[in-house]
Design a protein around this ligand. Structure first.
Ligand SMILES: Cc1cc2nc3c(=O)[nH]c(=O)nc-3n(C[C@H](O)[C@H](O)[C@H](O)COP(=O)(O)OP(=O)(O)OC[C@H]3O[C@@H](n4cnc5c(N)ncnc54)[C@H](O)[C@@H]3O)c2cc1C
Length: 404
């Protein structure tokens, strides 16, 4: 495996860095840094994605034939690294990184034409309708029903934990079109307009008590929702195959760049003197914890580069994506724990909205106090979503290690 980047790749990295300096608005950066769960408003998120699109940096995984940037694995890595270094908002994955590859692989020409350009240009916001009340890890037990009514399906049921459904224009859904002995065979993959009559979105309040505007997850109810037949992806009853294909993309993200950048923030926090004491950085046991996390990120980065190597050779991410998801989220959780330790008791009033933009009063305690606890609570989710880490371990045991 050759881990050296070429001069052309390093030049590209400088170009991204310079572009971010020029184009990542300071006020958006401030809001993003201070947001309790790292999110910004729908409008700002869209504005950011459109800026990337105009620069030709949308669809970094997409082939050129669909208008994507089609970065090589190395360029993708360097691009994500620069984005993470300045904590730029990541592209909402549901459209560009999740449903788009499924449409490209299994959709009709009409579906490609209808959906892909609007995903690329961020005109349409998507959400994911897999999980249901009672069907999470055992997803094949899902019950949301799509009845064949000739030219359309009639959908009834509920999806839950649906991230940012309140913003979405479209939802890609797994629905039951028949009851088969092998449950997976009765599942189909439907694209549903979120503005259809009969769809109700109900927010779920999370542990971080995110203030209004930062709400993250929802339950989506479907009551006699009419969905045109042309919104079916591929063949009826083959949805499980498409759903599994999508999950590889959901779990195969690079983590190390973001983790390094989060760790750097902890180092900054730990350098700030505490009231009546030495900076935490002087504490050898804390320094040991920081070093331990850094070593774990180094190992993660080496694994990502190894996987990048096989991607460059034209292979899919495959079940190794479970490994990235598990380690990436575990290390991320560790970092949020260190953040709470670093700001100490200033983490307690965790729902403090904090100083507004342009506020000139110094923050009480630490500049990081407002976000440490909400992010700690919020990030508990990471070992659950996209398939819990226990389920990922089952996948690794079976498909990576060959255990039965
Ligand atoms: C913040 C957040 C956002 C989410 N966003 C979305 C979204 O946008 N769209 C969507 O469709 N879903 C979403 N999800 C749902 C997520 O995919 C499910 O929560 C997840 O698959 C687990 O399912 P469950 O919650 O039903 O837990 P369960 O499946 O009931 O699991 C409960 C516990 O049992 C363990 N467990 C279950 N089965 C096994 C097994 N066979 N072996 C070992 N341990 C097992 C699990 O690991 C877990 O700890 C989101 C979840 C969260 C927390």
């Amino acid at each position: 495996m050759d881990l050296q980047f070429t001069q052309e790749e390093l030049d590209f990295q400088s170009e991204v860095r310079d572009w971010l300096k020029e184009n990542y608005p300071e006020d958006m950066r401030e809001r993003h840094n201070n947001s309790p769960n790292g999110s910004i408003s729908r409008e700002e998120q869209m504005q950011w994605q459109v800026a990337l699109y105009k620069q030709g940096w949308a669809g970094i995984n997409w082939p050129k034939e669909y208008g994507g940037a089609e970065f090589s694995a190395s360029k993708k890595y360097l691009f994500n690294k620069e984005m993470a270094a300045v904590n730029a908002p990541t592209v909402i994955a549901f459209g560009e990184k999740m449903v788009a590859p499924v449409i490209m692989a299994f959709g009709t020409d009409e579906q490609k034409e209808k959906y892909l350009p609007d995903i690329l240009s961020s005109k349409v916001w998507w959400c994911q309708g897999y999980s249901e009340p009672g069907s999470g890890s055992d997803l094949a037990s899902l019950k949301t029903k799509a009845e064949d009514k000739g030219d359309h399906y009639l959908v009834n049921g509920a999806k839950t934990w649906t991230t940012m459904a309140q913003h979405a224009d479209m939802i890609f859904c797994l629905v039951r079109t028949s009851n088969e002995e092998i449950r997976q065979m009765g599942i189909s993959f439907l694209l549903i307009d979120m503005h259809s009559p009969g769809i109700i979105v109900q927010p779920i309040v999370t542990l971080d008590k995110a203030p209004e505007g930062h709400q993250e997850i929802n339950t989506v109810f479907f009551e006699d929702v009419k969905v045109p037949k042309e919104n079916l992806i591929g063949e009826e009853g083959k949805g499980w195959t498409y759903a599994k294909y999508l999950l590889e993309f959901e779990r195969g993200n690079g983590y190390s760049a973001g983790l390094y950048s989060s760790l750097e923030k902890i180092v900054d926090m730990a350098k700030t003197p505490t009231s009546g004491g030495e900076p935490l950085m002087e504490d050898s046991s804390f320094k040991e914890k920081l070093a331990d996390v850094e070593v774990q990120i180094n190992a993660m980065e080496a694994t990502e580069l190894r996987i990048l190597g096989s991607l460059s050779a034209g292979q899919n991410v495959g079940p190794e994506s479970s490994l990235l998801k598990t380690r990436g989220t575990e290390i991320g959780q560790l970092i949020t724990e260190l953040a709470v330790e670093a700001v100490d008791y200033y983490a307690i009033p965790f729902n403090n909205p904090g100083p507004g933009i342009g506020h000139n009063e110094p923050p009480i305690g630490s500049a990081f106090a407002n976000t440490s606890a909400p992010r700690y609570f919020n990030y508990r989710k990471a070992s659950i979503y996209a398939g819990s880490n226990e389920i990922q371990r089952n996948i690794m045991a079976k498909l990576v290690l060959g255990l039965t």
